[in-house]
Ligand binder design. Structure first.
Ligand code: MG
Length: 158
């Protein structure tokens, strides 16, 4: 068994969608990014890459690649899942934390879990999505953006 961890953060901007865990969340601000800015999926995807020691998200999907502009981050996750499988692993479980002062994420966590479980072809009980604030400290506490962390285990398929 191997473990990978991932971290990501994006800045709030006006006029963008807020997408977390593949779920569009109603909010007056979105996240600035070359992709759809889904920092939860980016953290999970980076953790998958890390578990298999396959590099990082930026090396696989450079933000200079015009073909990736506005891309649905679920496509990045699925692409990396295929690479992890090709390297001889299956995913064990995912644990993740979204760090945001706003908006309130509890109503959306269930749908995020369902999306991640579906994309990784895992039962939902192997996918954990949690949310926390930083008690108004730091960049998330000042409502400048959202961060996410993830841990993933992978298991040799053979
Ligand atoms: Mg990102």
């Amino acid at each position: 068994m191997r473990i990978g961890q991932g971290f990501d953060a994006h800045r709030f901007i006006a006029g963008a969608r807020l997408v977390l865990g593949g779920v569009e969340i109603p909010f007056e601000l979105g996240l600035q990014a070359h992709s759809d800015g889904d920092c939860l999926l980016h953290a999970i995807t980076d953790a998958l890459l890390g578990a298999a020691a396959l590099g990082d998200l930026g090396s696989h999907f450079p933000d200079t690649d015009e073909r990736l502009a506005g891309i649905d981050s679920r496509r990045l996750l699925l692409d990396v899942l295929a690479k992890v499988r090709a390297a001889g692993y299956r995913v064990g479980n995912v644990d993740s934390t979204i760090i945001a002062q706003k908006p309130r994420l509890a109503p959306h966590i269930g749908r995020m879990r369902a999306v991640v479980a579906q994309d990784l072809e895992l039962p939902e009980e192997r996918v954990s999505v949690k949310a926390t604030t930083t008690e108004r400290m730091g960049f998330t506490g000042r409502e400048e953006g959202i961060a996410a962390m993830a841990v993933v285990t992978i298991v040799g398929a053979s």
